[in-house]
Design a binder for this molecule. Sequence first.
Ligand code: MD3
Ligand code: FE
Length: 212
Amino acid sequence: METDLFGNRRDEPLADGAMILRGFALDRDLVGLVAAIAHAAPFRQMLTPGGKKIGVEMTNCGPLGWISDRRGYRYETLDPLTGKAWPAMPQAFLALARQAAGHAGFADFTPDACLINRYAPGVKMGLHQDRDEAGFDAPIVSVSLGLPAVFQFGGLDRKDAVRRHELRHGDVVVWGGPARLAWHGILTLKPGAHPATGQTRINLTFRQAGQR
Ligand code: MD3
Ligand code: FE
């Protein structure tokens, strides 16, 4: 847990329902767990419904995985690349997501999906809303690993002004309540190297995607 000079935890309120927990995911071997997941369900570039290749490489763990192809965006129980179920969500992932959500005031978070995004330098994720889930009562928890990135966070309307925040290795963000459907994105990743992930950034996004 990252703390300031006075031993205080560094929680940064972002908006109503959204909070950055700086360093909340440090000292846990999340990168090793990601490597094991990617061995069974490799990172791949998916296609948008319009047929364009998405720059971010993705895989999933847990009962449901987010996918995109010519037929649209959705959650699936089987990995279309392997034909098998997505790898199980490691207990350490579940525990971290639940602890972070609880810390931000969302009790009993039980994600059934963990999308894993991998960014190489030059890759971005444009402004979007996360609305492929069956409901929006549960928060979303995101965990940043490796190279830093600039995150854009707007409002409920696409045209609302955005604010920029740097997300660094070990940072966790919880988005719930009125922030759950906010527009957000990641600016083009700058080149660099990080001891944990090499020349990449990895983001874990925990969601309750199916019916509860
Ligand atoms: C704000 N991923 O996978 S995580 C995504 O860093 C996604 O890979 C980004 O956006 C990444 O959909 C950003 C932060 C995030 C995730 C979900 C949100 C922010 C959010 C949902 C609502 C509001
Ligand atoms: Fe998103």
